[in-house]
Design a protein around this ligand. Structure first.
Ligand code: GDP
Length: 303
């Protein structure tokens, strides 16, 4: 359709959708619904998810239940929020009754993994009173352990780091869980490498880490959370699929929503993988982590 050409930023593209609502043409509902579908695809929702959402709206338009642009706008928001809740499931962390709970945190470098671990440590440790252990499983990036150590200090958490240059990530995480079990800790947050590099398989390494954690503690890790950069667009779907195949994700943390990013692509990630967003990152500070709420997220998409 004519409306999808020429814009590149998600925000502008979503602006196009706003225009559609304003000038909604019920005389040619088919054409307008197609334009809505195109606009959603161009706004990083992905074809499958856009099709699904618009199909539901089309049914109601044809049944005469939706008549104005405002009604369709409300229905669009409501159906995206419902999809996030129904396909994703609970945004609560699924933690075991016995301790420690172990969270494995994965994601590509730069997405905000380390920062997110710091925020989680603060939330459950400094604020929640839990005894937290951080496992510095990113042994490949020199500064990673130092950065994590700084967060541990701020959050009052313990940290288990590599004891030599040659220490392997799966060994470090085994030791972190071991220390938590022996020390009666409540929560272990396992950092991992996110280095994308040829001749080295990040995915093999992560699979090893997961097995190593399970070897030390039956049933662990209890959550495998993928940190996604909210500014990355539909690219995040491919990332999420790849991580999901290897380590079976149980949730997503969407970062950097404090900037211009709206993270619309995460709707397709939730839809296609069937895993929920559990938290959103809204800044670089220790407090800048919020439980995910579909309605709030959709309000930010279509303010
Ligand atoms: P990692 O490589 O995945 O561990 O990523 P880092 O945790 O080191 O974060 C990469 C950069 O993103 C750092 O400059 C962080 O301060 C920043 N960052 C992380 N989360 C957020 C967020 O929610 N909002 C903003 N604005 N910046 C973030």
């Amino acid at each position: 359709g004519r409306i999808v050409k020429g814009t590149s930023k998600t925000r502008e593209k979503l602006g196009v959708i706003e225009e559609l609502f304003t000038y909604w043409n019920l005389d040619d509902a088919d054409e307008t619904l197609e334009e809505l579908e195109d606009a959603l695809i161009m706004s990083d929702f992905g074809p499958r998810t856009a099709f699904k959402i618009v199909d539901g709206i089309r049914d109601k338009v044809l049944a005469g239940q939706l008549k104005t642009g405002d009604q369709i706008r409300a229905e669009l928001k409501q159906s995206i929020a419902a999809l996030l809740a129904e396909r994703g499931g609970s945004a609560e962390l699924a933690l075991p009754d016995s301790k420690p709970a172990v969270l494995l945190i994965v994601g590509v470098n730069g997405g905000g993994k380390t920062t997110t671990i710091g925020k989680l440590a603060h939330r459950f440790g400094a604020e929640g009173g839990a005894k937290v252990v951080l496992g510095a499983g990113d042994t490949f990036r020199a500064a990673a352990a130092e950065q994590l150590e700084e967060w541990a200090r701020r959050a009052g958490a313990d940290i288990v780091r590599a004891d030599s240059d040659k220490a392997r990530p799966d060994t470090v995480l085994y030791q972190a869980v071991d220390a938590a079990v022996r020390g009666g800790a409540d929560l272990v947050l396992c950092d991992t490498s996110g280095r994308l590099h040829t001749n080295w398989s990040l995915m093999d390494e992560l699979a090893k880490c997961k097995r190593s954690i399970a070897k030390r503690l039956d049933g662990a890790p209890h959550e495998v959370l993928l940190v996604l950069d909210g500014t990355t667009g539909l690219n995040m779907l491919n990332q999420a699929k790849e991580f999901n195949e290897t380590v079976q994700l149980t949730g997503i943390i969407l970062t950097k929503l404090d900037g211009t990013a709206r993270g619309g692509a995460v709707v397709s990630v939730v839809d296609e993988l069937g895993v929920p967003v559990k938290f959103v990152g809204v800044g670089e500070g220790v407090q800048d982590l919020q439980p995910f709420q579909p309605a709030t997220f959709v309000d930010a998409l279509f303010p």
